[in-house]
Design a protein around this ligand. Structure first.
Ligand code: OKP
Ligand code: ZN
Length: 361
């Protein structure tokens, strides 16, 4: 499978407030390096990301939010802050509703444009986030341009019509106008929008298999019917992002019925999880999508340090096989997964499960 990777993510390793302690973020550069090493070791070809088309970015994020991300570090330094990570200090409470008031100082803006304090902005955050989104856009463009009959597969090579973007920082928590959950730009949304804007598909299925709910992807497409968003994740009553991902969130307006949430209890195994995955496939099938974007998080793994799900190594092969049965041109976008010894290997296992019938011949 063709891999898209940009090494610009390396310089982004911010601080995170985790259970009351300030730590180096779980989203480390080693995560993406590990995935890159595992995939290249298996012989998958790698291409560099092309420049990110900003007209695509501005279809999924607000212009003032993008300007904020680009300027944040400069403002932080200009205001005389010495700390190496820019953190917010306050957020609007529920009854404190003055969305017309945008703070002019950087600390105020950080609260205005974020969902929480589990990540921060450092000097190279924008560069890394832009490169990740560019990888997602490039992978989607590649899939849209692949040769082959109809929409299904590249009949020349017999490989499925698919590409994999090694995105870091991840993206699915990034909302239309807010960062958080290690995410700044929504890479999966950029991939979906690229498939739509290139007229490759008129409706895209975004399937989110990360351990956490993709509140950002849901937010961006909540009132649109050209993207179907389905997510299986830990129950937000007890897990990040806490305020989004309940089963009764189904979309609104034109988007009503185009969002599906499957919250699951702590300790969920693949056997239980995969039954719900099939129900998401059945749900999406009726909607006539022309392509699929998979938000691939590996933090469902039993040894993952931030999660409670209990996926085993072989489950990732079964996941890959099941994703293949959807039979749509597919863009894989890397989301979470924080167990460094396994993340690359588990990504490879998904990809090989997805390509298996071909690879065995
Ligand atoms: C990003 B992605 C655990 C801290 C977890 C927030 C989780 C962000 C997950 N003690 N911090 O969906 O993998
Ligand atoms: Zn996650």
């Amino acid at each position: 499978m063709l891999i898209v990777y940009g090494k610009e993510h390396d310089a982004h390793h911010c601080l995170e407030l985790d259970c009351g302690e300030l730590i180096r973020s779980w989203d480390s550069p080693e995560r993406a390096q590990n995935v890159f090493n595992s995939l290249t070791r298996e012989g998958h070809a790698v291409v560099a990301a092309q420049a990110l088309p900003h007209e695509i970015l501005l279809k999924v994020h607000d212009a003032d939010y993008i300007a904020f991300l680009q300027d944040a570090w400069k403002l932080w330094v200009e205001e005389g802050h010495k700390a190496s990570a820019a953190f917010a200090l306050a957020w609007r409470a529920r009854s404190w509703n003055r969305p017309d008031r945008v703070p002019t100082c950087i600390t105020g803006k950080l609260g205005y444009y974020s969902i929480g304090v589990d990540c921060s902005i450092i000097e190279h955050t924008w560069t890394a986030a832009e490169a990740a989104a560019a990888s997602a856009a490039t992978a989607a463009s590649v899939v849209a341009k692949m040769k082959g009959h109809g929409s299904r597969s590249d009949t020349h090579s017999k490989l499925p019509r698919a590409a994999f973007a090694i995105c870091r920082p991840p993206g699915h928590h990034a909302m239309r106008n807010a960062f958080g959950g290690y995410c700044y730009l929504n890479n999966a949304a950029v991939a979906a929008q690229t498939l739509l804007s290139s007229a490759f598909a008129s409706r895209v299925f975004v399937l989110d298999v990360d351990y956490h709910h993709g509140n950002g992807t849901q937010d961006i497409f909540y009132s649109r019917s050209d993207v179907c968003y389905a997510s299986l994740h830990a129950d937000p009553a007890t897990e990040f992002p806490y305020f989004s991902g309940y089963a009764d969130e189904i979309g609104e307006g034109d988007g009503q019925g185009y969002t599906r949430n499957v919250p699951l209890p702590p300790g969920t195994t693949f056997d239980v999880w995969s039954e719900h995955l099939e129900s998401c496939f059945d749900w999406a099938k009726e909607k006539n999508c022309g392509a699929m974007v998979v938000s691939l998080g590996l933090d469902t793994y039993i040894r993952d340090p931030v999660s409670t799900f209990k996926f085993e190594k072989q489950d990732y092969s079964a996941l890959g096989k099941r994703l293949r049965t959807v039979d749509l041109p597919t863009v894989f976008v890397l989301e979470g997964g924080y167990d460094l010894p396994s993340i690359g290997e588990n990504v490879v296992t998904v990809i090989h499960g997805f390509e298996e019938d071909i690879r065995c011949k």
